[in-house]
Write a protein that binds this ligand. Structure first.
Ligand SMILES: [Zn+2]
Length: 206
C-alpha cells in the first residue's frame, strides 16, 4: 500500500512538472523559436541586474582600467545597434572584469554581459572581442537563461519524482536509484547547454 501511495505521489509530481513546463510555451520574437520559459522579459532584466554585482565580485570585481572598460562597452553597444538585438526590449550593458586568470565571458538574463581580463588579453583584435560579445548577446536575445531555469525546474521535478518512486526506506541500496535519477537530470541540462552554445554561434544575433 505504501508503495502505491509513493508511486501516485511520484506520478503527480512528474505530471505537474511536465504540464507546467509544456504550458509555458511562447515564440521568441527574435529567433522565431518556440521555447519554454516561465518568466517575463521584465523579470529577466530585473534578475540580471540583481545578480550582476554578485557575478562581478566572483571575478575580482570590475576592472579598474576605465579606458579598457569603456572600449568594451563601446564595442558591445555597436553590435547591439547594428543587429536585431537593438530592437529587443533588453537593456544591454557590457562589463570588463578584473580577473586576469580566468578565461571567460558570459551573459546574465536581460542583457548584462561580462568578459574577464584573462579572456580579453588572449584576443588579438577588436573583431575577436566583438565575436565574443556578439555570442553572449545571442544568449540574451535567445533567452537561454530563462530556458535553462525552466528546464532546471522541470528536471528538478522529474528527478524528485523518480527519487520518490525508487526510494525504499527499508532498503538503503535503493538510494542508488535516486542518485542515478539526479545524474540523468544533470546530463539532460548539460546537453541543452551545448545546444544553446551552438545556437548562439549560429545566429550571432543577426
Ligand atoms: Zn555561450
Amino acid at each position: 500500500m505504501r508503495g502505491l501511495i509513493k508511486f501516485i505521489i511520484a506520478i503527480l509530481i512528474a505530471a505537474v512538472s511536465l504540464v507546467t513546463y509544456w504550458c509555458n510555451t511562447e515564440q521568441n520574437e527574435f529567433t522565431g523559436e518556440e521555447q519554454h520559459v516561465d518568466m517575463t522579459v521584465e523579470q529577466e532584466i530585473a534578475l540580471g541586474l540583481q545578480a550582476a554585482p554578485e557575478m562581478a565580485s566572483q571575478y575580482g570585481g570590475l576592472h579598474p582600467d576605465q579606458e579598457a572598460a569603456n572600449r568594451i562597452k563601446e564595442i558591445g553597444q555597436a553590435i547591439v545597434q547594428q543587429t536585431a538585438a537593438g530592437k529587443s526590449p533588453y537593456k544591454f550593458d557590457f562589463h570588463l572584469l578584473a580577473d586576469e586568470q580566468t578565461v571567460n565571458a558570459f551573459a546574465l538574463p536581460g542583457g548584462q554581459v561580462f568578459i574577464t581580463a584573462g579572456l580579453l588579453k588572449r584576443l588579438n583584435s577588436e573583431g575577436q572581442v566583438a565575436g565574443v560579445l556578439g555570442h553572449e548577446i545571442g544568449h540574451v536575445v535567445a533567452r537561454h537563461s530563462a530556458e535553462q531555469l525552466a528546464k532546471a525546474k522541470l528536471t528538478q521535478g522529474l528527478t524528485g519524482a523518480a527519487a520518490i518512486a525508487t526510494y525504499d526506506p527499508s532498503n538503503p541500496a535503493s538510494r542508488t536509484g535516486a542518485i542515478a535519477a539526479a545524474m540523468i537530470g544533470k546530463l539532460l541540462n548539460m546537453r541543452y547547454g551545448r545546444e544553446d552554445e551552438l545556437e548562439s554561434d549560429r545566429r550571432r544575433c543577426a
